[in-house]
Structures are given as structure tokens and as C-alpha cells.
Design a protein around this ligand. Structure first.
Ligand SMILES: [Zn+2]
Length: 624
């Protein structure tokens, strides 16, 4: 019902756009050149030639970014814009409602515009594609940050001849097909604007390509394209390379042997200045990881699912996409209500596939689930449903900070991970082990269309009906119950069906990046390395004593704060009736808190339920 309504509207819109497009745009072709040779100063330069018709024209900068699910097109960083027709500059006026749009009049007799502008790469700010992604030695280009296109033509119907200009001798990775490279310029085969925007380019002085699967092999070309802070960051242990090769086989197996891409490239920056995140694309992903991420085991172990998560998105998110996220362009709003499948199932398979391929192990997978359970909001879940975290995602992505426990954040990742575990276990139980969530993926994500990047929308009804095809059950009721729950505790059914239970001990959780500084399950707050309170759990002993986020711990029981001093104080309070006293710097004002807490250190872990089968081990076992 929802899908057909949307498809009807899209058809209507396409008809209207065709009428509009005939007013101002001759044909939908663009020649685009983006020069990143000044990446060290965080300036990218655009030269664009656009075929047009005389008359009114609106040029549009990307606003809603696919894969980021929000208004994150960094219009504030577009500067130095000039538009010329036959050598004469044309005036433009910004749209007063949609600030990403520029109105102008194409003079009589003119059929081409020349457009130039600079893009200022932010330093240490911005999210995902609009965040910092270049420095002296490397640069990542998301084309959509460096082009303007006619607002009234679908990006599917705009053909772009793109050129990427980079420092001489720097390596290049992208899923685009290069037709020619002359010195500093790489020219790419013409593609639609939709595909160009979905195909970032990574370049770097310290660059390495690691082939995981050859073009003529059974799975087609898969490669890690790495650009790093220094050459040592590119030294990847052979065991990890072999595990990534296995990942390709494991992932294709979940997708029913099908891949919806002609080639796949992970574009990975290995840098300590570009943050940590990943954005998915049909035929690639851009992944920002710490400099030592691939070279060092301990660094990799902290987040073994970054590349596996983004890879799974090629099926779940890019090929199969919630109907509300398909709007035919970069201008119209997206609806994020389906992210519980798009991101939630990807979170689940990102970890499962990392484990099946040997990039992770079952013990650590169990620790990760325990850390999730220990960290999930308790207060926020009493007023905001899991579904609302998805509905509100365009805003929540930028507000995952203080008072998470009350606010909730993008829980459609972590909490849905637990729910998809429950669904997987339920299918296995209903079919006596004959089927699993993988069978759902064969049908839902495979679809028998190998090697073709395409988008197929769906709604929740299709998710429920496909699950029913795999194993008849009232999936709608189960999933709607989880999505609408206002229960006090996170869903435990999946963990217990997998043969495990949540327990607490005085040993820090090894998958928790905060390590022993995470006191959320004990005294009731979380600290960063400097002793700043990153979050506080409502109702905890620390909360009752007046501790809140963004305060900085200065002293514990009258002794200058250090990680050891606090750790020992919480441990020793178990054997004492005396409260723990905390002195905190609260944005320049001093606060003294007396915390009445005596339950000792409590860190979350999973423990096997001996009388139950270890289904988690079966889920984590390689299929190939
Ligand atoms: Zn994701």
C-alpha cells in the first residue's frame, strides 16, 4: 500500500519534472572536474560545464545524503561560487526556503554554463561525508560536495563526465571506471549523477591496494584501497588479509551467492586525524579508521565490524532500501522509519560476518553483546520507543551525546542487533535448525540479479511476509512489540534463546572501548580518559548524588583523580559504609557530590546457560 502510493507519486513527479526540465535545461549532461591538490589546506576546487536552455534555472547542492539518512549536505562549505555564460558572469540568488538552491536566468541564446566554486573541507567537525576527510598525505572526495546540478532533473537522468585531479604519483581507488590518466588528472567513463554521487574517490601518497578477489574469480573484483598517515600503517598481517578474503565468500553466501555490484572497493583512510566512521555505497564504502587499524591487532579488535558492516549495506540499504528512503534525488526529504531493518540488520550481520570470516571470535562477539546490554538507555526507553529512535534519526544522529540514558540515541543499531539475534534464533527454533536469518537474506537481498547496481524499495509488510516464507510465525506482532516497547529493560529474549545470559563481574568488559572507565552498571557514569563524565545513568547512585554529563572529575575521597584512584575507591566501597566523595569541575564551577554506593565494580558479560544449546556458536560458524 505504501509502496504503490509512493511509486505513483514518483511517476507523477517524474512527469512534472519532465515538463519543468524542458523549460531550462537542454540536455542533462555535465562535464565536471574536481581538483584536490590543495587537500593539505582542505580546499577542493570545482570546474563544471552544464548544458542548459535559456530561461529560469535552479542549481541545487546535495541536501539529503543517501547512507547518512539526514540533511547533511555541507552547503556552509561551498564558497567562491561564480557562474558564467559565454564568458560573462551571471548573477544568482539563493532560494529563501531551501538554502541549498541557487536561482538564476540563463540568457537567450546560451546553451552552456560554466560554474566554478571551492569546497572548504571542515577541520575537526562535521559528520560522515561532510566531515574532515583529507590532510597533507591523503584526500577523499565525495563528488556531491563538489557539484551543482539542475534541481528539476532527476540525478538518474543527468550524465556526468568526471575528472579527478590529484597530486602527481598519489595512488587512487574508486569503483568508477577510469578511461584515461594523464599525469595528475584521471578521467572516468560517463555515468549518471546518481552513480557518481555514490562513487567516492580516495587518493593518497601512502597508498596500497590489496586484492581480495580477482575480477575473473567467482565473486568478481573486490579490493581494499588504503590511504594512510604513514607507510607503516599499510603493513597488514597476512592473516587479516586472508580473513577479509573469506569475508567476501561469507557475505556472498548470505546474499544467496548474489552481489549487486560490478566490483567492490573499500576506500579506507588509516589516519589518527579523520575520526572513525563509515558510509556505504552500492559498489564501495568509505571507511575512516585509526592509523593502526589494519596493522595492529589490538586496534583492529576494538571495532572488527567497520568494513563488514559497510559491505553488508551493499545488499541491505543500497539494493534493498526502505521505500521512505527512496526519493529520486538529493533534495527531497527522506523518511527514516525503516532504519530498524536498514541499519539494525546490518549491525547484526556486520558482527556475525566479522566472526564467521575470522576477523572476530565468538568470545569477543559475546562480550560485545554484553557491552551493548550494559550501555543501552534505561530511562529513555520508558518514554521513547525503539521505532521513534528511527523516525527521529535525522536529528538523533547529531545528538548522541549527553544524557543518552534519558534521551536515547540511534538505538535502531544496537538494540535492533539484539532483536535480529532473537529473530535468527526463532527461525532456527521453528525450523529445528534447518533454516536461519540467512535464508531470509537469500530471498530478500538476493533476488537473482547478480552484478547489477539497482534499488528495490520495500515496506515492513514485505519484511514480515518474507520471514513468513522462511518460517511461518506471527513476525509482525513480535517485531511491532519490540519496536513499540516501553519496557524498563532491553530485550533479552535473543541472548537467552542463543543460550547465554547477562551477568556482572568486577572484570571490565573487553569489547567496551571505555574499558574500566565505564561505570554505568555500578556507580552510574561513564568517563573518558581525562576524567570527564561522558554520560550519567538516571536513577543511579551517582545521579542521586548530583553527578551529570560534562562535569570533570578532580578528586575522589579527597585524593586527586586518576583512573586508578576511582577504580580502587569503587572497589573498596563494597567493604565500607562510608560514601564515595567526588569533587567535580562543572564548566568552571565546583561541585561536591557524596555518592552512597556499596555494590562494588560491575561490568557486563555473557555467561552460557548450560542446559541450553549454544546457538550463538552456530550463528558465528563459517558457512564456506
Ligand atoms: Zn550502517
Amino acid at each position: 500500500m505504501i509502496r504503490s502510493w509512493i511509486m505513483f507519486c514518483r511517476a507523477l513527479l517524474a512527469g512534472l519534472l519532465a515538463v519543468f526540465s524542458s523549460i531550462a535545461v537542454a540536455d542533462s549532461t555535465m562535464r565536471l572536474s574536481v581538483d584536490v591538490r590543495d587537500a593539505g589546506r582542505r580546499l577542493y576546487h570545482t570546474e563544471e560545464e552544464l548544458a542548459v536552455h535559456p530561461g529560469p534555472l535552479t542549481l541545487q547542492y546535495a541536501k539529503w545524503i543517501p547512507g547518512e539518512h539526514m540533511v547533511s549536505g555541507p552547503i556552509q562549505n561551498l564558497v567562491n561560487l561564480h557562474v558564467f555564460a559565454e564568458g560573462k558572469e551571471i548573477e544568482w540568488r539563493r532560494d529563501l526556503v531551501d538554502l541549498w538552491g541557487f536561482h538564476l536566468d540563463v540568457p537567450t541564446g546560451v546553451n552552456q554554463l560554466k560554474i566554478s566554486f571551492d569546497y572548504i573541507m571542515p577541520a575537526g567537525q562535521g559528520q560522515y561525508g561532510s566531515g574532515v576527510s583529507s590532510h597533507e598525505r591523503l584526500a577523499l572526495l565525495n563528488w556531491y560536495t563538489n557539484l551543482l546540478s539542475p534541481r528539476d532533473i532527476s540525478p538518474d537522468d543527468v550524465t556526468v563526465q568526471a575528472t579527478f585531479v590529484k597530486p602527481r604519483n598519489w595512488g587512487v581507488g574508486t569503483s568508477l571506471v577510469a578511461t584515461r590518466a594523464d599525469g595528475e588528472a584521471v578521467h572516468y567513463a560517463a555515468v549518471s549523477l546518481t552513480k557518481l554521487n555514490d562513487s567516492p574517490v580516495l587518493t593518497g601518497e601512502y597508498f596500497r591496494r590489496i586484492e581480495l578477489s580477482p575480477a575473473k574469480g567467482p565473486y568478481g573484483e573486490h579490493a581494499l584501497d588504503l590511504a594512510a598517515d604513514s607507510p607503516g600503517n599499510l603493513e597488514v598481517p597476512q592473516a587479516r588479509i586472508d580473513a577479509f578474503k573469506k569475508l567476501v565468500a561469507e557475505e556472498r553466501s548470505v546474499g544467496g551467492g548474489i552481489g549487486h555490484y560490478s566490483r567492490y572497493n573499500w576506500l579506507v583512510t588509516l589516519s589518527d586525524t579523520l575520526g572513525y566512521n563509515g558510509v556505504e555505497h552500492h559498489e564501495s564504502s568509505n571507511d575512516h579508521a585509526p592509523a593502526a587499524y589494519l596493522a595492529d591487532d589490538d586496534t583492529f579488535k576494538k571495532s572488527p565490524d567497520l568494513l563488514t558492516h559497510e559491505f553488508f549495506h551493499s545488499w541491505n540499504g543500497k539494493y534493498r532500501r526502505p521505500a521512505g528512503l527512496i526519493n529520486g534525488g538529493f533534495t527531497l526529504p527522506m523518511k527514516d522509519d525503516g532504519l530498524w531493518v536498514y541499519e539494525g540488520m546490518t549491525e547484526y550481520y556486520g558482527l556475525v560476518l566479522a566472526t564467521r570470516s575470522g576477523l572476530n571470535d565468538e568470545a569477543r562477539y559475546a562480550e560485545y553483546i554484553a557491552a551493548t546490554l550494559g550501555q543501552l538507555s534505561l530511562t529513555g526507553r520508558r518514554w521513547r520507543s525503539l521505532q521513534d529512535t528511527a523516525d527521529m534519526a535525522p536529528i538523533l544522529y547529531g545528538n548522541n551525546g549527553n544524557w543518552y540514558d534519558v534521551r536515547r540515541g540511534t538505538d535502531f543499531y544496537d538494540e535492533m542487533n539484539l532483536v535480529w539475534l532473537e529473530v535468527d534464533c526463532k527461525i532456527r527454533e521453528l525450523t529445528h535448525g534447518a533454516k536461519s536469518l540467512d535464508d531470509f537474506c537469500h530471498i530478500f537481498h538476493g533476488q537473482g540479479e547478480n552484478g547489477v547496481p539497482a534499488v528495490k524499495g520495500y515496506d515492513s509488510a514485505e519484511v514480515y511476509s518474507t520471514l513468513n516464507t522462511v518460517a511461518p510465525y506471527d513476525w509482525k506482532s513480535l517485531l511491532e512489540k519490540r519496536l513499540s516497547s516501553k519496557e524498563a529493560l532491553p530485550p533479552m529474549a535473543g541472548v537467552e534463546a542463543a543460550g547465554w545470559r547477562l551477568v556482572f563481574s568486577d572484570k571490565p568488559n573487553t569489547a567496551d572501548q571505555a574499558g574500566r572507565q565505564n561505570y554505568m552498571c555500578s556507580i552510574g557514569f561513564n568517563l573518558d580518559d581525562s576524567g570527564a563524565v561522558t554520560d550519567c545513568r538516571a536513577g543511579s547512585a551517582a545521579y542521586k548524588a548530583g553527578v551529570g554529563p560534562d562535569m570533570k572529575l578532580l578528586a575522589v575521597n579527597g585524593q586527586k583523580y586518576s583512573a586508578d584512584v576511582l577504580y580502587l575507591a569503587v572497589m573498596q566501597a563494597k567493604h565500607s559504609k562510608a560514601p564515595i566523595t567526588l569533587d567535580l569541575d562543572n564548566q568552571g564551577f565546583m561541585r561536591h557530590c557524596t555518592v552512597d554506593y556499596h555494590d562494588g565494580l560491575r561490568y557486563p558479560h555473557l555467561e552460557r546457560i548450560k542446559e541450553k544449546e549454544d546457538v550463538l556458536a552456530k550463528i558465528c560458524a563459517p558457512r564456506t
